[in-house]
Design a protein around this ligand. Structure first.
Ligand code: ZN
Length: 325
């Protein structure tokens, strides 16, 4: 079958088509006919490489996968644990030392077919396209675990979401609104701020965050945004961080940390149960896809370039065309 394979790190040109052996399903597994793959910044990190991290190339990229099994439309859990360690048995798969993310530490969906354990399929609700469904899981799971599990979001709290137009940002805005929260978000351009306001958040430029006494900050940026996040928090506030797109080293004023009694919380992905609970919110209509573009899978490099320009609000999805691309 046709697939996209990364054999060495680099620019979009390292995303090359290859013919791989046809995948075979073992007992308990199913073959997914892939129709769409949603892109995340993780795809860019896997392609470029990260200093000090081994991605175990070669790798088929693509974390967020939608397709059909026996004609039924499904979308896939993006991650799983070993199933046997204490963290997994506690239902905290994202703390498993053998935690896997599809397209990162296991082969992903940029292929004609993929074999997965049957439990990893989630039904796509009626009225939602496969492209829309492929835009959701990883960002939704990340935002759900940050806000609901790590920060313990309470109804009516005031929330600031850094990079509100990002994949995680648009999910976090919708989750916080579903919790009845007052939602503020930063975005870099007037166009992105308009899109964030259309979702129901009050939008701010990064260097002009005017909200204070915030209960929870969602941080995906780091870098220069970090100090504004710390300033915006109320005494006893929580800052939850899942990314560092603007820089991983940040200044930390310890006096502000201890006087204001701030909780700084790290978060990565979520558990299997978190994914199911977050998907229930999709089925209930509380979370909607926010799409930027659907592009051909055979031009995956071009889709990466769109993502890397950072002008997008919501998700870039690629559609299956590898057999004739
Ligand atoms: Zn485990």
């Amino acid at each position: 079958m046709n697939a996209i394979v990364i054999r060495e790190h680099g620019g979009p040109e390292v995303l090359r088509p290859e013919v791989l052996p046809e995948p075979q399903a073992a007992p308990g597994e199913v073959v997914i006919e892939v129709t769409h793959v949603g892109l995340n910044h993780l795809d860019v990190w896997v392609r470029r490489g990260v200093p000090g991290h081994d991605f175990h190339l070669p790798r088929v990229p693509g974390s967020d996968v939608a397709g059909t099994v026996g004609g039924q439309p499904v979308v896939l859990h993006p991650s799983w644990g070993c199933g046997g360690c204490a963290a997994c048995l506690d239902g905290r798969q994202n703390r498993c030392r053998n935690f896997r993310i599809r397209g990162e530490s296991a082969n992903g969906g940029c292929a004609e077919r993929i074999v997965v354990p049957a439990w990893q399929t989630l039904p796509i609700p009626a009225g939602m396209s496969s492209a829309e469904a492929a835009s959701l899981p990883l960002a939704l799971l990340t935002a759900y675990h940050m806000l609901v599990v790590r920060a313990g979001l309470q109804r009516g709290e005031r929330v600031l979401i850094q990079a509100g137009g990002s994949g995680v940002g648009v999910m976090a805005i919708q989750l916080a609104l579903a919790w009845g929260c007052e939602v503020h978000a930063t975005a870099s351009s007037p166009e992105k701020r308009a899109a964030v306001e259309a979702l129901g958040a009050k939008a701010w430029a990064y260097d002009a965050v005017g909200v204070r006494e915030v209960d929870v900050v969602v941080e995906t940026v780091g870098g220069a945004a970090w100090s504004a996040s710390m300033r915006a928090l109320r005494w006893g506030g929580r800052l939850v961080c899942c990314g560092a797109t603007g820089g991983a080293e940040v200044p930390l004023n310890l006096r502000a940390l201890f006087f204001k009694q701030i909780d700084v919380l790290g978060s990565t992905m979520g558990s299997n149960a978190d994914m199911i609970r977050a998907w229930d919110l999709v089925k209930a209509g509380a979370i909607r896809p926010v799409m930027h573009a659907v592009l051909p899978m055979s031009r995956l490099g071009g889709a990466h370039a769109v993502l890397e320009r950072r002008e997008v609000v919501g998700k870039v999805v690629v559609a299956q065309d590898l057999s004739h691309g």
